[in-house]
Design a protein around this ligand. Structure first.
Ligand code: KMT
Ligand code: NI
Length: 177
């Protein structure tokens, strides 16, 4: 995992878009935004006791696996377009990259974009109510485990979605941190 502030360019979303000089973002800064990260061994995900422990501790009862690649995901282009619309969810977004790589972009406290490069073995939780988006990088391939507490709800609310209680709760969690 690696994170940095996005530059201002509107070129191809699949490019890294680092500032010059680069403005890195630390794990600690991500934590303060409610974003948590683990590094796991994706080669043994089917039997990994570390993953099992996280799932038990955090009640991640549901999981499925999504392959994001043109020949594997129905309506690939359409879905990528949706994923890249700035949105929030009413629940945490929990993803574990089993293969390939991709970017998750999140907004910081000042509404600036942070890009998070997720590659094989990276697991992340984005808190309910945070504005974010997702894009492939130049390799155009990732395989990810999606986890959820209970029955999954994938509904995304595109910005503006400020009137949801969860959005206000999220903002409150930031000011008291
Ligand atoms: C989301 O809600 O942003 C996503 O599910 C992104 C795609 S998961 C590989
Ligand atoms: Ni999302």
């Amino acid at each position: 995992m690696e994170a940095w502030y996005l530059d201002e360019s509107n070129e191809d979303q699949r490019l890294p878009h680092k500032c010059n000089p680069n403005k890195p973002v630390s794990l600690e800064e991500l934590k303060q935004l409610g974003v948590f990260h683990w590094k796991l061994n994706a080669d043994i995900y089917e039997t990994d006791p570390e993953l099992q422990k996280i799932r038990e501790d955090r009640h991640y009862s549901y999981m499925d696996i999504i392959t994001v690649r043109k020949d594997k995901l129905p309506n690939y282009e359409e879905k990528l377009k949706m994923f890249f619309e700035e949105h929030l969810h009413l629940d945490d977004e929990i993803r574990y990259i089993l293969d390939g790589r991709a970017y998750f972009d999140i907004r910081d406290k000042e509404d600036k974009w942070i890009r998070i490069l997720m590659s094989k073995g990276d697991m992340i939780t984005l808190p309910a109510g945070i504005y974010h988006r997702f894009t492939m990088d130049e390799t155009n391939y990732t395989k990810a485990m999606r986890l959820f507490i209970g029955e999954p709800v994938w509904k995304a609310y595109n910005r503006p979605a400020d009137n949801f209680e969860i959005r206000q709760e999220y903002l409150n969690s930031l000011t008291s941190a």
